[in-house]
Design a protein around this ligand. Structure first.
Ligand code: DX5
Ligand code: ZN
Length: 219
């Protein structure tokens, strides 16, 4: 299995964004996690297509777009055109989850599905044959810098078992409250794509990426 670090730009210093991205890229982060918030599905508003389009040209990293947006089907084509490589939608935000996933695939992009902390993993079952990635939220979506919800560990284990049982090569991403001191627990539970905002951009992004990557490489 491949272990990947996805630094979340939400915590980056936007006045020197390209430089911060470079520091993560040079130290081994293969993805960039791009958190889109609409002020509806989650209370806050972050950034959208124009920002994605502009940073896409500044890095070779995979653009891992996390849509915390109500009815994301409305924006799939826009984000695909702006440079997304993976588009993850929230199960809770879609009237028709399958149609939304299909639209992502029709755009030639990898499709991810995410669940909030209060959503049971069993609800993912109808989509296991369709998705490329499952994103387990380990905090309430909407803000960076929150504390990891301990119950997430059991959910990660369960989702990893579901992936093994279904026999497909689905990535398991975990997002929220992951730092150097708990990342190993998250990896051990079965995650292989680690999102880290504050842990990477709080301080020196190069040094922090390097330290996180050392832990990922042990797996
Ligand atoms: C929360 C976002 C996360 C967030 C993670 O809604 O989806 O990606 O930026 O930030 P940290 O790592 O600081 O919890
Ligand atoms: Zn996210």
């Amino acid at each position: 299995m491949k272990y990947i670090l996805a630094p979340s730009l939400l915590a980056a210093d936007f006045k020197c964004l390209a430089g911060q991205m470079k520091m993560t890229e040079e130290n081994g982060a293969e993805y960039l996690h791009f958190d889109v918030m609409d002020g509806m599905f989650v209370p806050s508003i972050s950034f959208g297509m124009p920002v994605l389009k502009s940073i896409k040209g500044a890095t070779e990293q995979v653009m891992d777009v996390h849509l915390m947006v109500q009815e994301p089907v409305r924006y799939v084509t826009d984000f695909a055109d702006a440079g997304a490589d993976i588009i993850t939608i929230h199960l809770e935000a879609c009237q028709d989850v399958k149609e939304t996933i299909q639209k992502i695939k029709n755009c030639g992009k990898k499709a991810g599905i995410s669940i909030c902390p209060q959503t049971d993993a069993d609800q993912l079952l109808p989509y296991m044959e369709l998705v490329d990635m499952i994103l387990v939220m380990s905090v309430q979506p909407g803000f960076g810098g929150q504390k990891f919800i301990p119950e997430s560990i059991e959910k990660i284990r369960k989702v990893r078992r579901m992936i093994t049982e279904c026999g497909r090569d689905i990535d398991l991403e975990v997002d929220g409250g992951i730092y150097q001191d708990n990342v190993e627990e998250v990896l051990k539970a079965g995650a292989n794509v680690i999102v880290a905002g504050s842990a990477v951009f709080g301080g020196d992004p190069g040094q922090n990426t390097k330290a996180m990557m050392e832990r990922l490489r042990q797996y």
